[in-house]
Write a protein that binds this ligand. Sequence first.
Ligand SMILES: Nc1ncnc2c1ncn2[C@@H]1O[C@H](COP(=O)(O)OP(=O)(O)O)[C@@H](O)[C@H]1O
Ligand SMILES: [Mg+2]
Length: 236
Amino acid sequence: MLLEVDKLTTGYTRVPVLEDVSIAVETGQFVSIVGPNGAGKSTLFKAISGIVTPFSGSIRFEGRDLATVPAEQRPHLGIAHVPEGRQVFASLSVLENLELGAYTQAGRQNWKRNLERIYALMPVLAERRDQLAGTLSGGEQQMVAIGRGLASEPKLLMLDEPSMGLAPAIADFIFEKLIEIRQETKLTILLVEQRVAEALESADRGYVLEAGHVVLEGGVQALRANDRIRQAYLGM
Ligand SMILES: Nc1ncnc2c1ncn2[C@@H]1O[C@H](COP(=O)(O)OP(=O)(O)O)[C@@H](O)[C@H]1O
Ligand SMILES: [Mg+2]
C-alpha cells in the first residue's frame, strides 16, 4: 500500500472536520474522493501533506508513519499536493513555476528529463514557457499547477478539484489529460472532485466523503451502479 489513512480525526479547532476517516491507495492506482462542498475533502489532503495535524488516527506513506514528518519534508518522500484553486505564481513565467516544483531531490536530479515529459504531456506549457502564469486561462493555469506537481517527480500526485471554476469542455480536457498522464507515467493519483461522474469515470476506486465521514467506498463500477450515488450525485 502506498498510502494508508487509518481512522483519521482532525480539524482546525477542537471541533473535528474529519472523523474516523480511513482510505487506502495502492501503488499505481487512481483513486477518487468525491463529496459535496464542505465535506472535508481538502482537509483530508491537508492532513496528508501535513498542513493540518491529526487529533487521532494515523497516516502512513510507503509503510512509514508520517506523524513525525513535517510538512516541508513530505514532498521529498514523494507526496505532491496540487492545491485547490491552482495557486500558480502569477508574476512568474510558466517555466519558473515548473522549476519551483522541482525543488525535491528527485526533481532536481531529473529536472531536464521531467521537463521534457511535462512539455510532451502538455504541449501548451512548452508554447507558453516564457509567458507569465497570471496571463494564462484557467485551464492552462491548472496545467501549470499539475506540471509543477509532476516536476517534483512524486510517487503520489494529489489533485484537489482540478476542474474547479473551469467551463465543462475545459474540465473534460483536464480529466482526459489526467488519464493520459496516468497512462504515460504510471503515477499513483489521488483526486478530489465535486464532478462525480467524471471523477469516477477516470478512477479505479472511489470514496464518498460526506460531512467528514466516509459513507461509501469501492470499485468505481460498483459506485456508479449504487442507487444512492446515482440519485445524489449522478442525477439519475
Ligand atoms: N482554514 C480553516 N479554518 C477553519 N475551518 C476550516 C478551514 N478550512 C476549512 N474549514 C472548514 O472545514 C470544513 C471542511 O472544509 P473542506 O475540507 O475545505 O471541505 P471540501 O474540500 O470538501 O469542500 C468546512 O466546514 C470548512 O468550513
Ligand atoms: Mg475543497
